[in-house]
Design a protein around this ligand. Structure first.
Ligand code: NAP
Length: 255
């Protein structure tokens, strides 16, 4: 991660890649890390609660259901009051759901659920946290774009790549998920263009095929390797990467 102390927010931080990001980011200088999850008191947040207790000056657990706009709004109010005008440097939209079904079998309900969590969620997070990203730009004395200044990283997937679909469709018939990640990709590319003048950087990042609940035990790499790579990529971003679709090794992925 960055060598300078920064403030970071991660959605879906209670397990999988989100939790691994919290663990690895704690090894670098941070002002504050807002670890968001939808059920902070529940059994699935036990490990995050233990980490937050150990690093109580840095980790703040924030309740946020990314499928619920009012929950995102409440989380933003809470984060705003804790930031006290200092600004938020980095937002990582990590939370997502995955449904397996092909086009013939996909239900409107599955498609709506996936879009709600995987596209409308990140859009709402961007909108609600924009004032704090803007505060961070105002506070920064560094020219150009970087994650130390103000950035949004949207966790997407190679399964959202239209150009790559034929290589993976047989094994991953996840049409609602694929469509939602393609939507997230477009949202990110548009945001990169829209907020370029304000020097807020946006990219989509594919973490690899990772052994988590979503990726399953059959995946290629473990969460530690994926997050180590993603943090190196995040750390290296400048304005030349704005609007890019990269993997955890920093390689470009076709749209
Ligand atoms: N693993 C892979 O191979 C892989 C590959 C490509 C892309 N990705 C992307 O990487 C990101 C993380 O994936 P992962 O493998 O860590 O998945 P995961 O193990 O299934 O974890 C998903 C996380 O998202 C949270 N979440 C889901 N819906 C939510 C909601 N409505 N509000 C708040 N949190 C919610 C979950 O919280 P709960 O515990 O409350 O359910 C959990 O913390 C996702 O964006 C995924 O699409 C993963």
């Amino acid at each position: 991660m960055s060598s300078k102390p920064i403030s970071v927010l991660i959605t879906g931080a209670n397990r999988g890649l989100g939790l691994e990001m919290v663990k690895q980011m704690m090894q670098s200088p941070l002002n504050v890390l807002f670890a968001c999850c939808r059920d902070p008191d529940g059994p699935k947040a036990e490990e995050l609660r233990a980490l937050a207790k150990k690093h109580s000056a840095i980790i703040k657990i924030i309740r946020m259901d990314t499928a619920d706009r009012s929950s995102i709004k409440q989380a933003a109010e809470k984060v705003g009051s804790l930031l006290g005008g200092k600004g938020l440097n980095l937002v990582i939209n990590n939370a997502a759901t995955l449904t397996y079904s092909n086009v013939a079998d996909s239900t409107p309900e599955a498609m709506a659920k996936e879009f709600n969590t995987n596209v409308i969620g990140p859009m709402s997070v961007i909108q609600e946290f924009l004032p704090y990203l803007r505060d961070a730009v105002k506070k920064s004395k560094v020219p150009g774009m970087s994650c130390e200044k103000a950035a949004v990283i949207n966790l997407s997937s190679i399964l959202g790549s239209i150009e790559s679909r034929t290589q993976s469709f047989t094994s991953f018939q996840t049409v609602p998920y694929r469509a939602s990640k393609a939507g997230l990709n477009m949202l990110t590319a548009c945001a990169a263009f829209e907020f370029q003048k304000e020097e807020i950087l946006f990219i989509v990042l594919h973490p690899g095929w990772v052994k988590t609940d979503m990726g399953t035990a059959d995946a290629d790499i473990d969460a530690h390797e994926s997050v180590q790579g993603m943090l190196q990529v995040i750390n290296s971003l400048t304005e030349k990467h704005n609007g890019a679709f990269l993997d955890y090794k920093g390689q470009s992925i076709p749209w």
